[in-house]
Design a protein around this ligand. Structure first.
Ligand SMILES: *Cc1c(COP(=O)(O)O)cnc(C)c1O
Length: 402
């Protein structure tokens, strides 16, 4: 049926774009390259002055007392779950609408992730659903600011206080996002960030944990360095100037100075990156406002999203085809759309451990998964790129709409 309707991209004609437009991509300029080259010519390739500078500037930007740089966002989650003291028998509540790392980190420490369903408007973890999943074994919550829109942090922190839970925000999507006028990063026990190339700023691979707690800060620093303590005021013994001691089983999760220099340079541009993301989102919103068949991302009034992702949700009542057909049609137009995410408990690793639709009871996340497509969104997109996406979406929706 599709081929009969003479859609150029599929019927052998011309797609909207000649070459695929990626869904996300880094922005690296000459200033970034110079910053990295300067470190390469210097004395410190790792654990030197650039790490401290990056941590201090990052903490100042998000408004936290401390920041600890680590090798990647997943290491940041692992470190935070470790610092929270999670171990065998403990349960940690998170959302199924996220990248697997948000839940895997609980297994790393011997705990069990528990999935709470999302709010069907914001797509973020629902505080009511968190409350419904609390048991005597629950020790922490990992809310994910999905697509860059902050979760309902006041309610989540209140539930956590009442039930003696630690809150670890997964802000891999939310650098620069605001909740009630305050930046994400200093609003609960710990917050983690990722500097993967698709995220807001990049260090190639990289991550950060922010916290206001001196105790968490010290545990996080130790964890990224094998569990070793060097500070004389903190060691149990002192055999001489060479002395250091390993107190816990940590990892080598250090970031390099090369990467930290790139991070410092990238962080200088965060406001312009956010501005461009928001501009693109406005252009999408304006152009899709009257497009029947797609639901645009809802924004809660107390939040200012950092817009890591722009999701459209397809309205099955108004389209003659499902998500798979529309996805393939957009790919045929050379728009590299994506799906974020497969609910975490659908992955075979989870299914084999007894997680299922029945045991997890997250029908809203499962329903959302069937309808979503992520459109390209990143600061390096030109106006032409943005309008190519709009044209492709409209062409495909026109084709499949009633
Ligand atoms: C990217 C991402 C991570 C992991 O970050 P890495 O730096 O790739 O390890 C964790 N959680 C979410 C929600 C992410 O999007």
């Amino acid at each position: 049926m599709y081929l009969n309707r003479d859609l150029p991209a599929v019927a052998g004609g011309k797609p909207v774009r000649e070459k695929p437009l990626p869904y996300a991509r880094q922005w690296i300029d000459e200033e970034d390259i110079d910053a990295v080259a300067e470190v390469l010519r210097g004395d410190w390739l790792t654990t030197g002055p650039k790490i401290t500078e990056f941590e201090e500037k990052f903490a100042a930007y998000v408004g936290s007392r401390y920041a600890v740089a680590v090798a990647n966002g997943t290491a940041a989650l692992h470190a935070a779950v470790f610092a929270a003291g999670i171990g065998p028998g403990d349960e940690v509540i998170t959302t199924p609408m996220t990248f697997v790392a948000s839940a895997n980190c609980v297994f790393y420490c011997g705990g069990t992730p528990v999935f709470a369903d999302i709010d069907s408007r914001t797509y973020n973890i629902s505080p009511d659903e968190i409350e419904g999943k609390i048991t005597p074994r629950t020790r922490a919550v990992i809310p994910v600011h999905f697509t860059g829109q902050p979760c309902d942090l006041d309610r989540i922190n209140e539930i956590a206080r009442k039930n003696d839970l630690i809150v670890i925000e997964d802000a891999a999507h939310a650098l620069g996002a605001e909740y009630k006028g305050k930046k994400i990063g200093g609003l609960s026990d710990m917050t983690i960030f990722s500097f993967h190339p698709v995220k807001h700023i990049t260090t190639g691979e990289g991550g950060m944990i922010t916290t206001n707690s001196e105790e968490f800060y010290q545990r996080l620093r130790r964890f990224r360095d094998h569990g070793i303590v060097r500070d004389r005021s903190l060691t149990l013994e002192n055999h001489g100037p060479w002395y250091y001691e390993q107190r816990e089983l940590g990892f080598n999760y250090r970031l390099t100075d090369i990467q930290a220099a790139l991070g410092i340079s990238q962080l200088k541009k965060i406001e312009s990156f956010l501005k461009r993301r928001r501009e693109i989102v406005e252009t999408y919103n304006e152009n899709f406002l009257h497009t029947e068949g797609i639901v645009l991302p809802y924004q809660a009034p107390q939040c200012r999203s950092a817009w890591h992702l722009y999701l459209i949700s397809l309205d099955p009542g108004r389209l003659r085809a499902g998500r798979k057909e529309l996805f393939e049609a957009l790919r045929a137009e050379n728009i590299a759309v994506n799906v974020h995410y497969l609910p975490v408990f659908y992955h075979p690793f989870y299914r084999l451990r007894g997680f299922s639709s029945g045991s997890c009871a997250c029908p809203r996340a499962e329903k959302l998964y069937k309808s979503i497509i992520s459109l390209p969104l990143y600061p390096a997109m030109s106006d032409r790129d943005v309008f190519d996406v709009i044209k492709a979406v409209q062409r495909v929706i026109d084709h499949y709409g009633y």
